[in-house]
Design a protein around this ligand. Structure first.
Ligand code: HEM
Length: 346
């Protein structure tokens, strides 16, 4: 089959992209500010990378949203591979702040006031990304700015994203479907749905309790609430059943069947880690650039950003599970009917 010849500049639509930098300081009546070009280009570069990240995350959601993810297919591989790409891009996004920091606060002041009320706060792609990963509106810091600073079209786009299945919801559902903790199938006992009398968990809880120092004994109460809690807990996105599966994956990841699921949990923590690093670098840059002044978007500036940084860790419930790990030598041995399933099968 003959393909039509493609020309580099046309294919990449460079004319559009390279004509899309219009500094306000070059508008009639304003005074040219040299660093405004850098400021525009860097924001555009961020937005392009946000687009690519969303493309990857949307495709991951699509795979995870299937009624079941077939472990014998390339599905799980593709999810982990694409989320790793997201992490790699995020690392570049953190690094890019170095470039912006070559602009001094005085350079910024030359055009800052011309930008009001534009602000990175109005990056709807960033907010959609947070939503698609799993951040809900009622968990957002500074909800008032969300409504006051964005235009209606973009609020609607973000609201729509908040209603769609997110990586976090789908992770919860996937963990709940994990078959390896079926008491009847692998431990030969029917638990009647009570997790705390499951032979594995009853033993694990005992060993975990023995491992705690006196000052840590309150962890046991948290253990029972997180892994067996019957009452729905506000703002928790992982159910007790999903938490049990996730902890089990972390504990027994040495078995081949659990290695890729473990990597999935890890890559999610790395996404939070990189987003957190970006927020941290951004806040420090903001403090250095504008000190204690309010942001162009009208928020309290660094104070608002610090609040968002503390509140917007999306996968923190996975990180929290690390409080309930046991050292390998204390792990309960698994029944052979289960270890057979967790190894390679030919
Ligand atoms: C001179 C450089 C920058 C300064 C002084 C700055 C300042 C701020 C401030 C003060 C806010 C809080 C909202 C407001 O009141 O405006 C904010 C939010 C934000 N900025 Fe920047 N920013 C800078 C560069 C960037 C760059 C390069 C990006 C890349 C896209 C970016 C993305 C964002 C995002 C996504 C938010 C919203 C964060 C959230 O709501 O959690 N900013 N910025």
């Amino acid at each position: 089959m003959a393909y039509r010849p493609v020309y580099y500049g046309e294919y990449l639509q460079l004319e559009k992209i390279l004509e899309a930098q219009s500094p306000v300081s070059d508008e009639p009546g304003n005074e040219h500010a040299h660093d405004e070009m850098l400021f525009i280009v860097i924001h555009q570069a961020y937005e392009l990378w946000f687009k690519q990240i969303l493309f990857e995350v949307n495709s991951v959601v699509e795979i995870m949203n299937k009624p079941s993810i077939n472990d014998n297919s390339a599905d799980l591989q593709a999810i982990v591979h694409r989320l790793r790409r997201v992490v790699t891009i995020m690392r570049v996004l953190v690094q890019q702040i170095d470039i912006l920091e070559t602009m001094t606060p005085m350079d910024f002041l030359e055009f800052r006031d011309m930008l009001r009320p534009a602000s990175g706060f109005q990056s709807w792609q960033f907010k959609i990304l947070e939503a698609r990963l799993g951040l809900q509106f009622d968990e957002r810091h500074g909800q008032q700015y969300y409504v006051s600073q964005l235009n209606q079209k973009e609020i609607d786009l973000i609201r729509d994203a908040e209603k769609m299945p997110s990586v976090m919801n789908l992770l919860n559902q996937w963990l709940e479907r994990m078959p390896f903790l079926d008491a009847q199938a692998f431990w030969g006992q029917d638990q009647g749905g009570h997790a705390d009398t499951h032979p594995f968990w009853a033993e694990y809880e005992k060993r975990y309790s023995d491992s705690l120092a006196e000052a840590e004994k309150s962890n046991l109460q948290a253990f029972r609430q997180i892994f067996y809690g019957a009452e729905p807990q506000a703002h928790r996105r992982l159910s007790p059943q999903a938490c049990r599966s996730a902890l089990f994956i972390m504990l027994y990841r040495g078995y081949p069947m659990l290695e890729l699921p473990f990597q999935l949990l890890e890559v999610m923590l790395e996404i939070d880690n990189q987003l957190g690093s970006w927020r941290y670098r951004h806040i420090n840059m903001v403090r250095r650039m504008i000190g204690s002044r309010i942001g162009t978007g009208g928020s309290t500036g660094a104070g608002y950003l610090q609040g968002a940084m503390d509140k917007h860790y999306i996968f923190r419930e996975i990180a929290q599970l690390n409080s309930f790990l046991l050292d390998r030598r204390r792990l309960p041995a698994l029944p052979s009917s289960l270890t057979g399933k967790l190894g390679f099968q030919f």
